[in-house]
Design a protein around this ligand. Structure first.
Ligand code: SF4
Length: 345
């Protein structure tokens, strides 16, 4: 991997939350929400981070933003050509990095303060960071609103006056205010109607080109991220189980969990039937995860070794940038989604 164009690199990131019991609040265990995750994001690309609810995606995003202090691991961010491990920086040392990294939240209904006008919401980061003053603030907010498809007249309204899609646009305008380089998009369309989802995804795509943004795009299903992501990382129970280019991961998956997620993606040709891979049981507890491969109790390809040895991410084809954590990644012939060619064949 060339590190020249890497904006963010996460190494062996862990986030454990203590489980406390009794009057004395004794620590009796840990929820291993993120359990040794490593990945990188190149400048200007979109990395999709997908997996079922509770697999650690949002916690990973929050650690990167330092909204949570990671238990262990490194978070390297490149600013002005210099790499810095921001995982251990103090709040004062972090200050110059705060404006470089922003977040778009999942729920546009609860992420905006109902008592603040759009003007106050969007200008808040500008005022906190003292980037713009006086009359300039209004002009800057107008610019930001127009960049997300809203109008200056929306400035004095309150969030309740907007639809879900419009509220998410306000949230995006706020995230853009400081001209960040990295935006963590935490399920930005999952609370929206399907008809509005495509509009917001297209908006994010356009803004990426206009502002040179880099996205970490968190989603719980693979169909949402298919068209927006350059690469995708699949998470299961606090671990990364597969990473690769969108093309490789969608069409040539190498991990049984990815195959199961892909089988739930709606087909391009609804008349074509293909078998859905049903996962048995629930996601195990992150307090006491299964031994060996954490996916083994639900994996239809599991063999004895799977419950004994934990597989690590290995390159599937040399030089392919495609990694999977499965003992049998090289042997299994897994089903991806149909290409338009195979769909029409
Ligand atoms: Fe399934 Fe075994 Fe591969 Fe884990 S290592 S995904 S249990 S085949």
């Amino acid at each position: 991997m060339s590190t020249n164009d890497v904006l963010l690199e996460v190494k062996d990131l862990k986030m454990y939350f203590p489980v406390q019991k009794g009057l004395l609040r004794r620590v009796v265990g840990h929820v291993k929400a993120v359990d040794g995750v490593s990945f990188f994001i190149r400048d200007g690309e979109t990395l999709g981070l997908v997996g079922e609810s509770g697999c650690g995606k949002t916690t990973t995003g929050r650690c990167i933003l330092r909204a949570l202090d990671p238990t262990e691991g490194e978070i390297w961010f490149t600013k002005d050509g210099k790499r810095e491990n921001i995982a251990q920086l103090t709040p004062a040392q972090l200050s110059p990095y705060r404006s470089e990294m922003q977040i778009i939240f999942q729920d546009p209904f609860s992420s905006l303060n109902p008592r603040m006008t759009v003007m106050d919401i969007v200008s808040e980061p500008l005022r906190i960071h003292k980037l713009v003053r006086g009359a300039e603030i209004k002009e800057k907010v107008r610019e930001l609103l127009e960049s997300v498809g809203l109008q200056a007249q929306h400035m004095n309204r309150y969030p309740y006056a907007f639809s879900g899609g419009q509220r998410q646009r306000v949230g995006i305008a706020r995230a853009l205010a400081l001209r960040p380089r990295l935006i963590v998009c935490d399920e930005p369309v999952s609370a929206l109607d399907v008809s509005i989802q495509a509009q917001v995804l297209n908006l994010l795509d356009g803004l990426q080109k206009d502002y040179g943004l880099t996205y970490l795009f968190i989603a719980h299903n693979l169909s949402v991220v298919q068209h927006i992501c350059t690469r995708v990382a699949v998470m299961y129970l606090g671990d990364l189980v597969e990473t690769g280019s969108s093309d490789n991961l969608y069409h040539r998956p190498k991990h049984p969990y990815t195959e199961a997620l892909l089988s739930a993606v709606p087909k391009t040709d609804p008349t074509k039937k293909s078998k859905r891979v049903l996962l048995e049981g629930d996601v195990p507890s992150p307090v006491n995860p299964p031994s060996g491969c954490k996916f083994h109790p639900r994996c239809s390809y599991a063999k004895d070794i799977c419950s004994q040895e934990r597989p690590t991410l290995q390159e599937t084809v040399p030089g392919s940038d495609h990694y999977a954590a499965c003992h049998f990644a090289a042997e299994l012939s897994l089903r991806g989604i149909e290409t338009s060619q195979s769909a029409s064949a």
